[in-house]
Design a protein around this ligand. Structure first.
Ligand code: ADP
Length: 151
């Protein structure tokens, strides 16, 4: 039985912090599905979804154990449909913990076989967040150091 993990997020944009979680996750799971939560009806993304899909694919080119998909339903439902029994998430600080703790409890309630697995951020990526990158990019700042691909 393959161990499939879902790594869900907005990934607006996908950062070096996210990349680190995925690469470390590959040591724990057979397959990782990077699942971009997306609601086509009311998209408020900063980076277009198509751009992010292609950049994430480019980042993990030649890595057959990683897939990229979008979804617009409950994460627990999407995990079930894809036979993913694990939800991979990253933790940077206590704010992340508070948020992740509640989500994990709800997901477990919705799909009892689903285990959330948390990897603590690598210190060098601890300060990277998608929201700060969006802010820097909006004012024409250089965000290249935070991303594993060229925009
Ligand atoms: P969401 O919108 O669901 O919070 P994000 O795209 O912001 O999704 O993040 C997806 C996951 O990656 C979350 O578990 C988040 O805590 C984690 N994450 C984000 N940035 C980092 C980082 N720099 N290091 C480790 N984990 C991170």
């Amino acid at each position: 039985m393959k161990k499939i993990a879902l790594f869900p997020g907005s990934f607006d944009p996908f950062t070096r912090g996210h990349e680190d979680i995925v690469l470390r996750g590959l040591q724990l799971f057979d397959e990782i599905i990077i699942a971009i939560g997306y609601n086509s009806g009311k998209s408020q993304r900063y980076f277009p979804i198509e751009l992010m899909i292609s950049k994430i694919k480019e980042t993990f080119k030649g890595q057959p154990r990683i897939r990229v998909q979008t979804y617009s339903e409950l994460t627990a439902e999407f995990a079930k449909k894809n036979d993913a029994k694990y939800l991979l998430r990253g933790l940077r600080n206590t704010t992340d913990f508070e948020y992740e703790n509640s989500i994990a409890q709800v997901n477990k309630h919705l799909y009892s076989e689903l285990e959330s697995v948390f990897l603590i951020t690598s210190p060098r990526f601890a300060s990277i967040s998608s929201s700060i990158i969006r802010e820097v990019h909006k004012y024409d700042g250089n965000v290249a150091d935070f991303l594993p691909y060229h925009l």
